[in-house]
Design a protein around this ligand. Structure first.
Ligand code: OOG
Ligand code: NI
Length: 456
């Protein structure tokens, strides 16, 4: 059992997120520039939008905003995935959601490791989009066997990291100095390597099969390929990026700009071309890119169905993947189709499109209350405030757009296979958590808290 001798997994995650950010800043100079731009933009917006400040104070997001990050890695084998699942568990991160990227021509399926309870998210919302390469999609049998053998030879975890994972599992946690060591050891898995484990010709062959396959197979570890801060105004940051020497992708993924943001909007800039020493000669590889995101309210199954429907209808009408040449038309179609999605929190709540959190107001605490007996009555009377519950996850179509923009359009293949969640979970060694259940639970806990306080 975990005891007070143990550092809480939430604190380990917070320390790890900070260590990761420091490593990435040292390795990727543009990351620092992007962080500054996001911080400036957030500060400017918070100094002018009192309503937003109030909302973020209520939900606590204002305190976590400047340490909010997500990263991404791509793994090669089932064993690596199962082991990283155990490593993330030490930091209180669990696999949430299943994402199939094959419809977009990317030979992976994925989950997001993150904290699941609102109080744990408050301490550190750090998340890692984690993909598993689907080796069975390599058509050439010799190349597939080579990729498999190469991956089986590597160990992406340090012996000490593995020992500390086992210790944490056996003892129910880690003490303070072990937790510090764990953070340093775990970080090694995510580090960039300037040397490859294959020859330049082998790299080339893997790359011709799919750029992503070379990125996974040719290296000693699953380098973190981006680390994304959260902005409160993605359109502003996108517009200001060129002024900082950063060229963003043509369109912002996700929903269009709105008064009341929903789900997740993301944009990225191209991967760096970095020098690599292959086993026989020098060359280069690009994998690491920059990305920013803006988060909005989580949608219920009904809201999500409406989002998916509207997005699909835009993509159908556009008749192509959004790119530089059709970006204007894409933006216009998005704005037009999404008029069908109510853009005020009240309608979204009344129509059951989004999740919310409920809070007892100061008025309820300080005044003599009449006692309405329903939640709606308490809201009407000003005893309960409603705030949007922020979306903590990812979007498959957006993720595909991010992958593609960074791998180059040549990286699109057509795979005749589909989602295989059962196989992914078998590799993972456990089931993934349904994110919709997590949002429903958080919403319900906040309702119970209000009702227990006010109707008791
Ligand atoms: C992951 C891309 C997906 C996001 O934010 O949707 C992603 C990758 O390129 O490995 O990070
Ligand atoms: Ni990302």
């Amino acid at each position: 059992m975990s005891t007070s001798r143990h550092v809480s997994p939430d604190e380990i995650r917070k320390g790890f997120s900070k260590a990761m950010s420091d490593m990435y800043r040292a390795e990727v100079p543009l990351y620092g520039a992007l962080m500054e731009l996001v911080a400036e933009t957030n500060a400017r917006l918070l100094s002018t939008d009192a309503q937003l400040v109030r909302q973020l104070q209520r939900t606590g997001e204002i305190q976590r905003l400047d340490r909010e990050r997500h990263g991404a890695i791509r793994l090669g084998t089932a064993h690596e995935l199962a082991t990283i699942c155990r490593l993330f568990a030490v930091m209180g991160m669990q696999p949430v959601g299943y994402y199939d990227l094959t419809p977009a021509g990317v030979p992976v399926h994925s989950t997001a490791f993150r904290a699941v309870h609102e109080s744990a998210l408050q301490t550190s919302p750090f998340r890692v989009f984690t993909s598993l390469l689907r080796l069975e999609l390599i058509e050439n049998p010799e190349l597939r066997a080579f990729a498999q053998a190469t991956l089986e030879k590597r160990s992406i975890f340090t012996p000490r990291a593995l020992a500390l994972v086992e210790q944490a599992e056996a003892d129910g946690g880690l003490g303070s100095s072990d937790a510090d060591e764990f953070i340093q050891q775990a970080l090694e898995t995510f580090r960039w390597h300037h040397t490859a484990t294959v020859s330049a010709a082998q790299y080339q062959q893997l790359s011709e099969q799919h750029r992503l396959i070379a990125d996974v197979v040719a290296f000693r570890g699953p380098h973190i390929n981006h680390l994304t801060p959260r902005t409160l105004d993605i359109d502003r940051v996108q517009a200001d990026m060129p002024g900082k020497g950063i060229t963003p992708k043509a369109v912002i993924e996700g929903p269009p700009a709105r008064q009341c943001p929903i789900l997740l909007r993301q944009t990225s800039f191209k991967a760096l071309d970095e020098p690599i020493t292959f086993t026989d000669t020098l060359g280069s590889h690009s994998a690491r890119f920059g990305e920013i995101e803006q988060r909005g309210v989580a949608l219920t199954p009904k809201g999500r169905a409406l989002y998916d429907h509207l997005l699909n209808s835009v993509r159908e009408e556009l008749g192509a993947f959004p790119n530089e040449t059709n970006a204007g038309r894409y933006t216009q179609l998005m704005a037009q189709h999404f008029q069908a999605f109510p853009d005020d929190y009240r309608s979204m709540r009344e129509q059951g499109l989004a999740f919310f959190r409920y809070f007892v107001t100061d008025k309820a605490r300080t005044t003599q209350r009449t006692s309405p007996d329903s939640l709606d009555g308490l809201i009407e009377a000003g005893y309960v405030d409603v705030e949007p519950l922020v979306y903590e996850d990812f979007l498959p179509v957006s993720a595909a757009g991010i992958f593609q923009s960074n791998l180059g359009d040549a990286a699109q293949s057509h795979y005749g296979v589909n989602a295989n969640q059962a196989e992914f979970e078998q590799a993972l060694g456990r089931q993934t958590i349904d994110e919709l259940k997590l949002y429903a639970d958080t919403q319900q806990r906040s309702i119970d808290m209000c009702l227990n306080t006010l109707l008791a």
